[in-house]
Design a protein around this ligand. Structure first.
Ligand code: COA
Length: 210
């Protein structure tokens, strides 16, 4: 396979998006902030939400520390760096002090390889706001940012094979199931299968233009 040489736009700093968020029909998307702790806790504390993601059960204080850590990370420069985007539902009042719109989910981008311009995406939404296409809207906007602003060549998601909701989301975003790894992950006390879904920049462009 040939193609253009990778040209990842790193370091990529998401901080300016706090003042100039991404906007979709229903969401405002900007870097996660420590002040989002109350909103995030509302989904982070739920067993259903934790089932397929590598987050342990946390108490409120531990959850705040976790949100603080995620909020402090706004630059992608080296493999392993992550940015977490809060998805505010416009018109839904926030639970956090200070008002504003509620964070109903968040989307992560993690740099996998600078040399090969590979990026991982992940997502989590409050169950009370699922089934409305909000995750598709939020993850779609972040995926487009990964391709258009960060200039990723390929974006992938790693799923627990049993996570049908996430697999359907991948398909709705134009991602392909590339691989199924059997019993490759010792996860929450059992061997689990993982799926790798991915989309190349030109595939996403063609998918959006359909
Ligand atoms: C994965 C997850 C984000 C998917 O959320 P979701 O709300 O199902 O996804 P979407 O926002 O795309 O909504 C799609 C659903 O809403 C429906 N829908 C309603 N209005 C819609 C609209 N305007 N646009 C698109 N879908 C719409 C779709 O039919 C679909 O329903 P279906 O799955 O029964 O077919 C969510 O299940 C989650 O947070 N899970 C827990 C965390 C987790 O496991 N994360 C993944 C780690 S890899």
């Amino acid at each position: 396979m040939s193609g253009d040489a990778p040209e990842l736009a790193v370091p990529f700093d998401a901080a300016p998006l706090a003042a100039e968020p991404l906007e979709t029909p229903r969401l405002r998307i900007r870097p996660l902030a420590s002040a989002d702790g109350d909103d995030v806790w509302e989904y982070q504390r739920l067993a259903d939400v934790l089932r397929f993601i590598p987050w342990p059960e946390r108490d409120r204080a531990e959850a705040q520390e976790h949100t603080d850590r995620r909020a402090a990370s706004t630059v992608l420069a080296a493999a392993g760096d992550g940015i977490h985007f809060a998805c505010e539902l416009v018109g839904e009042p926030a639970l956090r002090a200070g008002g504003g719109d509620r964070v109903v989910g968040d989307v992560m981008l993690r740099l996998d390889s600078v040399e090969s311009a590979r990026v991982e995406i992940g997502w989590v939404f409050h169950p009370g706001f699922q089934g409305r296409g909000l995750a598709s809207e939020g993850a779609g906007a972040v995926l487009d940012l990964a391709f258009e602003r960060l200039r990723a060549h390929r974006v992938h998601a790693i799923l627990d094979r049993r996570n049908d909701d996430s697999a359907r989301l991948c398909a709705r975003l134009g991602m392909r199931l590339e691989a199924t790894h059997l019993a490759d992950d010792w996860f929450k006390g059992e061997w689990t299968d993982t799926e790798v879904w991915a989309v190349l920049r030109e595939e996403r462009t063609a998918f959006v233009a359909r």
